[in-house]
Design a protein around this ligand. Structure first.
Ligand SMILES: [Zn+2]
Length: 269
């Protein structure tokens, strides 16, 4: 997400918006102010809060907030560049460039909100501190606050903003911690290692994304069932936990133990 933000920051502010829209009815979540309020205004650039991209107008009156979910993609098309036939959202700039949001598949889960800065702030107020640069002291407080399984704690956007299930797998592997370990059981050294792993993995991901790497090359543990662990060579294992699938190395992370399935559906049966 940060790699996208950097890519979009300069181009979206180059020209005023000539026409905002059309937008898919399921994608645009707000109707007041209408999207056309953006016509004639210039965006200040691209900002990011956790997994959301924010495009404030340079007059300080409006913020376009975009949440891509898993299948949404934002592309900046130069004048004359071929784009999708039915984007979920389009902003046409003066001079002919366009910002388009597309979403693979039929389910429209990505969302776009046109808000005042105050409404955008309250929309984002429930998010925890940014993962990148969090630091050991802050993480120690979060871990001590309530006892949570690490994979679930890392993904909880109210506690730490910006880590999804894939990066939770990568981070826990680097920190050599079990996804099921309880946050309050960590030693100060383990918390420090986890904080360092968060920064190291997110920075590694950012660098690869900026070079245009795809998921397959970016992830080393996530979605790599059976592949040799990049540290010890043990085949990567997989387990279902709540509504997520976790990938881990049984040798590096769980002392050789195979984790048990903890699907919500199984627990509820
Ligand atoms: Zn390993």
């Amino acid at each position: 997400m940060e790699a996208w933000r950097r890519q979009l920051d300069a181009p979206v502010s180059a020209f005023p918006i000539a026409k905002a829209g059309p937008a898919h009815i399921a994608t645009l979540k707000t109707f007041d102010p209408p999207l056309s309020t953006l016509d004639g205004r210039r965006l200040e650039g691209a900002r990011r809060r956790a997994k959301r991209l924010l495009f404030p107008t340079d007059d300080g009156e409006l913020v376009l907030l975009v949440h891509l979910m898993t299948a949404g993609r934002l592309r900046y098309l130069r004048a004359g560049e071929q784009g999708p036939k039915t984007p979920a959202l389009q902003l046409a700039f003066e001079g002919g460039a366009r910002l388009v949001l597309t979403e693979a598949g039929s389910k429209k889960r990505a969302g776009v909100w046109l808000l005042t800065p105050e409404a955008a702030d309250s929309e984002l107020a429930h998010l925890g501190p940014e993962a990148l640069g969090l630091g050991a002291t802050r993480l120690e407080e979060i871990c001590a606050d309530e006892s949570r399984r690490l994979h679930s704690l890392l993904r909880d956007q109210r506690l730490i903003a910006g880590i999804g299930r894939a990066w939770a797998n990568e981070i826990l592997h680097r920190a050599q911690l079990s996804p099921y370990a309880l946050s309050r059981d960590l030693t100060p050294e383990e918390v420090a290692g986890l904080a360092a792993a968060i920064d190291a993995e997110l920075e590694r991901g950012l660098e690869l994304r900026e070079r245009g790497a795809n998921d397959k090359r970016t992830y080393r543990v996530h979605d790599k069932l059976g592949d040799p662990c990049y540290v010890c060579g043990t085949p990567i294992a997989r387990v279902d936990f709540e509504e997520h699938t976790i990938y881990y190395c049984p040798d590096c992370q769980t002392g050789g133990r195979v984790l048990k399935d903890r699907r919500l559906s199984r627990l509820l049966r």
